[in-house]
Write a protein that binds this ligand. Structure first.
Ligand code: GDP
Ligand code: GDP
Length: 439
């Protein structure tokens, strides 16, 4: 289960090695974001793991070397983001350069926070260079940690210090049967209006999370005996600060919400239709294996006839061909039209998302499918299917054991997936099929 794992931000002036450190800590588990399609590929958010500690990291942004004023502005923006969102801040400096005026400026910004700031002195590639950490005491953040991001030196000690400052309740999670829902979508599609409409409509009980000292970002409530929690509703309400209007920030926020959800409700604006950003956002949800519902909001604004919904649905299906299983709802947060359907659908898809199918049933479906359409052959060898079983939920994941996985075709895999879908529905949830060699 995704827990609200602590967030670590790396802050510092340009060229001290922030991206290098970020990549080093993130390893393979980086989410790549294209800020402007085809122009920059930027790492901004990653989950990481180190000696059993899970955490998330934000790369608060590479700073292009440009006008002096601009650099200062970007550093300020970055620091602001870190101060507001992170649990622990790593202040990174360049040990080969010594303390620079820009380091001093970053320090000034970081003095304002009560959050833990850990000073790391980078580029100390060999033990002799470690001497220079002492120069950095003057920045006023206590004992500096000497590291080399490029060579992976000193990172264990640094992280151990970081972990000491994680909030104690960080692995606190909601009860297993609570359905965690997030509304995702670009700004202004009506996410916050929908949240209000949902909560109002259902006359739900809204309560704060007991016993946390941090800002309550989630809204737990229950309806007809089912517990729900709306993930990151605070993120939707907050607005105004410079960094909060950046795309980087909204993407980071969305990814973090997706990570913690069971069900993601993609909200689309009926007036504006589907744009690239919608696909990108839902792409993260898919990648994370979340159940997905598409909600077309502001339905009240359109001039409609009896074909409008059908045409709109066709457009959605062709724009999102990779998820024909996602339910689509046409709603209005303003008139409340069909708003009550949202939670109903969330509940259904959450059930599908965590559905467990007995192995005997899975085998029957797969055996029938194999009898109906024989598996592919290659150079006279035919794939044999021995045995199938469900290996995981959220999303439902199946393993098919065969004589030789190399003989599997993409199209045959799709065929088997579709047979499982035909049998069990799985509306609203992605599913996974693993082809394994029988041992
Ligand atoms: P950022 O602008 O702070 O994100 O810095 P980068 O990660 O892009 O690194 C800036 C430069 O410093 C690059 O040329 C890196 O290869 C180099 N660099 C980063 N870490 C180290 C290190 O530990 N040792 C050395 N010698 N160079 C490093
Ligand atoms: P968010 O940025 O996605 O949270 O969007 P908001 O909930 O702040 O809504 C953005 C704007 O769209 C506001 O001016 C809302 O009043 C308006 N809006 C939201 N839902 C609807 C709707 O269903 N119909 C109409 N006509 N306007 C809506």
């Amino acid at each position: 289960m995704p827990a609200p794992t602590p967030l670590v931000a790396i802050v510092g002036r340009p060229n001290v090695g922030k991206s290098t450190l970020f990549n080093r800590l993130a390893g393979e588990r980086i989410s790549i974001v294209e800020d402007k399609p085809g122009i920059t590929r930027d790492r901004i958010y990653s989950s990481a793991e180190w000696l059993d500690h899970k955490f998330r990291m934000i790369d608060t942004g590479g700073i292009e070397v440009g006008e002096e004023d601009e650099i200062v502005l970007r550093i300020r923006e970055q620091a602001e983001l870190a101060l507001a969102e992170a649990d622990v801040i790593i202040f990174l400096v360049d040990g080969q350069d010594g303390v620079t005026p820009q380091d001093q400026q970053v320090a000034q910004l970081l003095y304002r926070t009560r959050k833990p700031v850990i000073l790391a002195v980078n580029k100390l590639d060999n033990p002799k260079m470690l001497q220079s950490v002492y120069d950095f005491y003057e920045l006023g953040f206590g004992e500096p940690f000497g590291i080399s991001s490029a060579h992976g030196v000193g990172l264990g000690d640094l992280l151990e210090e970081v972990f000491k400052h994680f909030p104690e309740d960080y692995d606190k999670d909601y009860a297993e049967d609570t359905i965690k829902v997030s509304l995702i979508g670009r700004p202004n599609v009506g996410k916050s209006s929908l949240v209000n409409a949902i909560l109002g409509e259902e006359r739900v009980m809204v309560s704060d999370i007991a016993g946390t000292t941090r800002d309550a970002v989630d809204t737990p409530f229950s309806r007809e005996g089912q517990d729900f929690v709306l993930i990151d509703t605070a993120g939707m309400r907050k607005r105004g600060k410079v960094y909060e209007n950046t795309e980087r920030y909204s993407v980071m926020r969305a990814m973090s919400a997706i990570e913690r959800s069971d069900v993601c409700v993609l909200v689309i604006n009926a007036e504006e239709g589907i744009i690239e950003q919608d696909k990108r956002i839902v792409g993260y949800a898919l990648e994370a294996g979340r159940a997905i519902i598409i909600v077309v909001n502001k339905w009240d604004v359109l001039e409609k006839d009896d074909k409008t919904a059908v045409v709109f649905e066709k457009t959605i299906r062709s724009e999102f061909p990779f998820m024909p299983w996602a339910p689509i709802l046409f709603v209005s947060a303003v008139t409340k039209q069909r708003v009550h359907k949202i939670l109903e659908t969330v509940k259904t898809v959450a059930e599908n998302h965590s559905m467990r199918i007995p192995t005997s049933t899975v085998n029957t479906i797969i055996e029938d499918a194999v009898t109906m359409v024989p598996p592919p052959t290659d150079k006279g060898r035919r794939m044999r299917v021995y045995y199938s079983t469900q290996v995981a939920v959220r999303p439902p994941s199946f393993a098919v054991f065969v004589n030789d996985p190399e003989l599997m075709h993409f199209s045959y895999e799709r065929y088997l997936e579709n047979k499982l879908r035909d049998a069990f529905g799985f509306e609203g949830t992605p599913m996974k099929l693993f082809v394994r060699k029988r041992k």
